[in-house]
Ligand binder design. Structure first.
Ligand code: SF4
Length: 337
């Protein structure tokens, strides 16, 4: 990420520190913006507070540093790059969304030929580009498309998606033939395609180019089928409980343990903050895992793990409570948002 590309709202940062009379501030930045930490810390200190920058990885608003803030006696968390996700808990949080300062024009124009087979388009984006959705919509309308932007009321903005919340895409999925995602990289577009089972095109404003993600999505679906097949053979399971504030699904983990045990499988609940191959290697007797934390770890990092790391819905297929067809229809994010 180039920092000149994002609005880090330095003036608002300073004003909020003064207005809230914050004395000790913990700054949390996503990967790629971490190096801005020193500069932002100086702004916080000029405004009269002590600044500490979190050096731990941060991939989403699910990962708010609330426990760390308690440990450090923090009175304000400044969280960059995401919009609020947690419904309760720590209230002293200043979200700065790091809006991108790039126009979607070139990328959307280049995406139009990719959409030639469809006339009803669903428009989605990440928080970095929500302010450019209307501009993108106008271009699509001008090219003769109809455009639907969903608002399921689950995330902050209409048309916004996150790595595991595609409720806005699903809200309009029935009325559109394909989706156009405004944003960088394939990650969110793959999520839209998996959640809606609709063709999804990326219009990448950073690179001014467009492409589809069909190939990657087909590969992932095949991999998921492989993981489920391995899971069906496994007799000893570990159910992973995420310790990040927005990834903790203890009830769901206990429900899954019950289902697995009912199906004759031995199951252990395991709690951890980062789900890594190294952490899972420590349990060689376990034959397959179920991940109730970030679903993208199971889906996108599949090749890093030696054993199956199933999502909750995939586990329902393993125990015979859901068919593969139903899973494909429901998508992979049903239990996680
Ligand atoms: S759970 Fe995963 S996909 Fe969802 S916001 Fe957190 S890091 Fe992103």
């Amino acid at each position: 990420m180039e920092t000149k590309t994002f609005d880090l709202e330095e003036k608002r940062l300073e004003e909020e520190i003064i207005k809230r009379e914050a004395k000790r501030v913990l700054i949390q930045l996503p990967e790629g913006l971490k190096d801005e930490g020193s500069r932002l810390a100086s702004i916080v200190e000029q405004a009269g507070a002590i600044a500490i920058v979190s050096a731990d990885p941060c991939y989403g608003a699910c990962d708010l540093v609330t426990l760390e803030a308690k440990n450090l006696g923090i009175d304000l968390i400044v969280h960059y790059g995401h919009s609020p996700m947690l419904k309760e808990g720590w209230t002293q949080v200043l979200y700065i969304e790091a809006k991108a300062k790039v126009s979607p024009q070139v990328a959307v124009r280049r995406a139009i030929p990719f959409l030639e087979n469809w006339s009803k388009i669903g428009l989605v984006t990440t928080v970095q580009h929500v302010h450019t959705l209307e501009e993108a919509k106008k271009l699509l309308l001008k090219s003769g498309k109809t455009v639907a932007i969903g608002d399921a009321g689950h995330v902050k903005y209409s048309g916004q998606v996150t790595g595991c919340d595609y409720t806005n895409a699903k809200a309009v999925s029935k009325e559109v033939e394909a989706f156009l995602l405004i944003g960088g990289g394939r990650f969110h577009a793959i999520g839209v395609a998996l959640a809606t089972v609709k063709p999804t095109i990326v219009a990448d404003p950073y690179e001014g180019r467009a492409y589809n993600v069909d190939k990657e999505v087909r590969k992932i679906v095949n991999q998921r089928w492989g993981s489920i097949s391995e899971g069906k053979e496994a007799k000893k399971f570990g159910v992973l409980i995420g310790l990040k504030s927005g990834q903790r699904r203890l009830e769901l983990a206990m429900e899954i343990k019950e289902k697995l045990e009912k199906s004759g499988r031995n199951t252990t609940l395991l709690a951890l903050k980062e789900i890594t191959p190294e952490a899972l290697f420590q349990f060689p007797h376990i034959e397959a895992f179920v991940n109730t934390a970030c679903p993208r770890v199971s889906i996108d990092d599949k090749t890093r793990f030696r054993k199956s790391v199933l999502t909750p819905n995939e586990t329902l297929v393993v125990v015979g409570e859901m068919s593969w067809e139903e899973l494909c229809k429901k998508g992979w994010f049903e239990n996680t948002t």
